[in-house]
Design a protein around this ligand. Structure first.
Ligand code: PLP
Length: 238
């Protein structure tokens, strides 16, 4: 099932790139494997996927331990400061930097190991009460503060758009995240030159690609619906 789903997603990504006049290489598909078993991850790897997204540190580390392959792991969910120590050197990107305190903790822990954390700043584009992330107008100042952290590289911006029936409803949020990245880059902040936009999920990744996404995060569309045993979803506050 994973292989067939991936074929379909891949076709849709290619079509969206064509419509937008973009190279397929500009977009990385992250297979969001949270709550899903290792066997399904391996099926995706056999179909050519190397980038996986997880929401929980513990779950990600357990999967890393048993999967004997060189993969890229993206941390997507809200990250608690007391968990940062465990992920140093173990993630390709932290997509969900949503507070200055978290950034400071990342700086502290990565400095201890003399490594640089590649991060994205999470922005709450739709201003949803239930979501984490900086408000759009707070984002530039946050990045100015983080730009002083020698062990952090701000690669770009990320958003979790609202759950909607019609993906067109999220197009303005994707457009605005792209604009925000361009605006902040224009300020010529020292050490800041962002190029990455993590936006778009199963329901709206084609629209996100049309609006400039460089990472799309697709879970359900690849692995099927998730069944939660307890509180697994950490990308929203509820
Ligand atoms: C779960 C999750 C996804 C994937 O969601 P789907 O709708 O299943 O594609 C993407 N991004 C984040 C931050 C998530 O928490």
């Amino acid at each position: 099932m994973v292989r067939e789903n991936l074929q379909e997603v891949e076709e849709k990504i290619a079509d969206a790139c064509r419509r937008a006049g973009r190279d397929r290489e500009e977009v990385t598909l992250i297979a969001v494997s949270k709550t899903k078993p290792v066997a399904m991850i391996e099926e995706a790897v056999d179909s050519g996927i190397i980038s996986f997204g997880e929401n929980k540190v513990q779950e990600m580390l357990e999967k890393q331990k048993v999967i004997d392959r060189q993969l890229q792991w993206h941390l997507l969910g809200h990250l608690q400061r007391n968990k940062v120590r465990q992920i140093v050197g173990k993630v390709t990107r932290i997509h969900s930097v949503d507070s200055l305190r978290l950034a400071k903790q990342i700086q502290t822990e990565y400095e201890k190991k003399n490594l640089v954390a590649d991060i994205l700043i999470e922005v709450n584009m739709a201003r949803e009460e239930s979501k984490f992330g900086f408000m759009p107008e707070e984002t530039e100042e946050a990045i100015r503060q983080i730009s002083g952290c020698a062990n952090i590289c701000v690669k770009g911006l990320m958003t979790v758009a609202p759950f909607v029936e019609n993906p067109e409803e999220n197009r303005p949020h994707f457009q605005n995240l792209n604009k925000l990245l361009v605006d902040i880059n224009r300020k010529n902040i020292d050490n800041i030159n962002m190029s990455e936009l993590s936006m778009g999920m199963t329901g709206d990744y084609e629209v996100a690609i049309e609006e400039g996404a460089t990472f799309v995060r697709v879970g359900t569309g690849i692995f099927g619906i998730r069944q939660y045993l307890g509180n697994c979803e950490t990308s929203s506050k509820s």
